[in-house]
Design a protein around this ligand. Structure first.
Ligand code: ZN
Ligand code: ZN
Ligand code: ZN
Length: 374
């Protein structure tokens, strides 16, 4: 079945931390402070198994080696992380003040980037220990830190995409009519896990009018013949994300349903063809939107065209009006235009695409034609 991916080495993690510290300095920051979550996993491979009310803090600065402060009882776990050899670790004991321990690693007047998901508990603790420090969220300070993937990361994203594609192919042969959305969603989740996902993040099954709500997940509605059904699903496989959408129809579609589906397909294709290094992110959104607007459905495409994907399923770069940063080789993102007709039906088609020197390469390769299901 699925192959074991190439393992990230201590050198890979050391290089990521070195680059992050350099980019932080270039952005005018004293350093980066990272607590458990996707940034910590990406930077040093460490994912604490315990809860996070005890402070774990990675400190990256341009003028010293990476430091990891951990609760003493979690030190063995931290030392087993694949990037541990590139870190200098220190531990704090229960009963000690972890923020005082962290303060010893920070500059009293420093302006730091802090990982987005850092608990308020910890950030407020740091601010109390060092009242003159200031902070910016990592996504604001260094939005593109994780955006460009190396070849091994792209390979993992491609494998996750292939697994999601296999799940889609399987779902086409199951019965839709007469079953609840949540039953089809459960089938999708099972299939993703069977194809090597460790975690399912979402399984949208939006049938009929529910498909017109882009945020609908899956509910008790019984799917019937004549329904359009939006299927949007993904999760993590070997630490990297999948996220794909196809819109299927139960039985024969109407001419209007076929037409709307074709407009969305054309928008997705045009946006894909616009992918090229140095093209601003917002241009991909503009191209997709222009196709839908020209067809008269502009007001029914109410969300951005895409988002980055990596160790999370939603991250920069965002393909949205106003995002002028350019695409670069190695960036991986969704292209997912849609049309949502209130109280009637919705259509969305989504592939993960990676930008190469030659243009876009799809990491989802199932057909875009509307599949007819039973
Ligand atoms: Zn229909
Ligand atoms: Zn999606
Ligand atoms: Zn998506």
């Amino acid at each position: 079945m699925s192959e074991t991916p190439v393992a990230f080495t201590e050198q890979d993690y050391a290089a990521r931390m070195y680059r992050a510290a350099r980019e932080a300095a270039a952005a005018g920051l004293a350093g980066l402070l990272v607590t458990p979550g996707p940034d910590l996993i990406w930077l040093c491979g460490y994912r604490p198994t315990a809860g996070t009310e005890r402070l774990t803090l990675l400190v990256l600065t341009a003028d010293s080696e990476p430091r990891l402060l951990v609760p003493a009882l979690e030190l063995p776990d931290a030392e087993a992380a694949p990037g541990a050899g590139a870190l200098r670790m220190s531990a704090w004991q229960d009963g000690q003040d972890p923020y005082a321990a962290a303060a010893g690693l920070l500059r009293p007047h420093g302006h730091y980037g802090v990982s987005d998901a850092t608990w308020a508990l910890h950030l407020l603790g740091l601010q109390e220990a060092l009242p003159l420090t200031t902070y910016r969220p990592l996504t604001t300070a260094l939005p593109m830190l994780r955006a460009v993937k190396d070849a091994h990361e792209v390979a993992r994203l491609a494998a996750a995409g292939a697994a999601a594609d296999a799940a889609y192919q399987e779902i086409l042969s199951i019965r839709f009519a007469g079953r609840r959305e949540r039953d089809v969603a459960a089938d999708l989740a099972r299939s993703l896990l069977a194809h090597g996902h460790s975690q399912v993040d979402f399984t949208v099954v939006g049938s009929g009018p529910n498909g017109a709500n882009p945020h609908h997940e899956a509910g008790d509605r019984i799917i019937t013949v004549g329904d359009m059904v939006v299927l949007d699903f993904g999760g993590l496989k070997d630490g990297y994300g999948s996220d794909t959408t196809r819109t299927v129809h139960v039985g024969e579609p109407t001419d209007e349903e076929r037409q709307v589906h074709e407009i969305v397909r054309a928008a997705q294709q045009a946006a894909f063809e616009a992918v090229h290094p140095d093209v601003p992110c917002q241009e991909i959104d503009r191209v997709a939107r222009a196709v839908i607007e020209d067809a008269g459905y502009g007001e029914y495409f109410a969300h951005r065209t895409g988002h980055g994907i990596g160790v999370t399923t939603h991250e920069p770069p965002y393909l949205v009006a106003g995002e002028q940063r350019p695409l670069a080789p190695g960036m991986c993102f969704s292209i997912e235009p849609g049309v949502y007709l209130p109280d009637r039906f919705g259509v969305r088609i989504e592939d993960i695409v990676t930008c190469t020197e030659e243009g876009g390469r799809r990491l989802n390769t199932t057909p875009h034609e509307m599949a007819i299901v039973a």
